[in-house]
Structures are given as C-alpha cells and as structure tokens.
Write a new protein. Structure first.
Length: 122
C-alpha cells in the first residue's frame, strides 16, 4: 500500500500502543538490496509512545538498529554513488525516539554515534 507514496520523506508514529509490536513495521522499513522498501525517500523517522498507557514500546532494539543502518550512509563518503547503489534510496538523516525507555542497549548507543545521523532520544 505505501509503495504508492514513494515521495514520503517523514514518518511520525505517535501514541504507539504498548503491546503492539513495531517489529513488523521496522522490518518493512529495512532496506534489503533487490527488494522494494517502504518510503524510499524517508529521511526523518519518529516514534512516540502513548505514555498514558506505558513508556515502553514493544520493539526489538536490534531490529530498530538494523533498519536505521540499512538506510544510513555517511555523507562524507557519498559521492552520489551511494544513491545509485541503493537504487534511489535516500539516506536517513534523523531518528527521534521521544519518551521511550530503553535499557542500556549497545544497538541504540551505536546509532547515536553514526556521523551525519541525528539521533534524538528524549
């Protein structure tokens, strides 16, 4: 269904409900060479839980980081070739995770160290 929206640049999922797994969505957003990906122009991704219910989201940090890494590459090394390699996929520029509590997780920490990617965890 979302393939008909190939120009969407920003996805904000607000009031995510606790108990509903976000892993299937994150897998669908993960770029795999040779396969279609949802929102190929996605540059800005945001998740905000429904804090009235719970600040914890049902998602696997490794799946979140896999999605981010599949859509990110350093602008310093991008000579226009990365876009060609990724079949027109736009590099992810911002990931915002508001009000989401994670246990200390190396996958989330490593995302925040990627050059050129703004990771906003509040």
């Amino acid at each position: 269904m979302f393939a008909i929206f190939p120009t969407i640049k920003s996805v904000r999922i607000h009031r995510c409900e606790f108990g509903k797994s976000l892993d299937p969505l994150l897998r669908a957003l993960t770029y795999t060479p040779g396969q279609n990906v949802l929102f190929p122009k996605l540059a800005d991704f945001e998740l905000v839980p429904d804090t009235k219910k719970s600040p914890f989201l049902n998602l696997t940090p490794t799946i979140l980081s896999r999605m981010v890494l599949s859509r990110w590459w350093s602008k310093e090394t991008d000579s226009g070739q990365e876009s060609l390699i990724h079949n027109g996929l736009v590099a992810l520029q911002r990931v915002t995770l508001r009000g989401i509590r994670f246990k200390q997780d190396a996958h989330i920490t490593s995302m925040s160290k990627l050059p050129g990617l703004v990771v906003d965890i509040k």
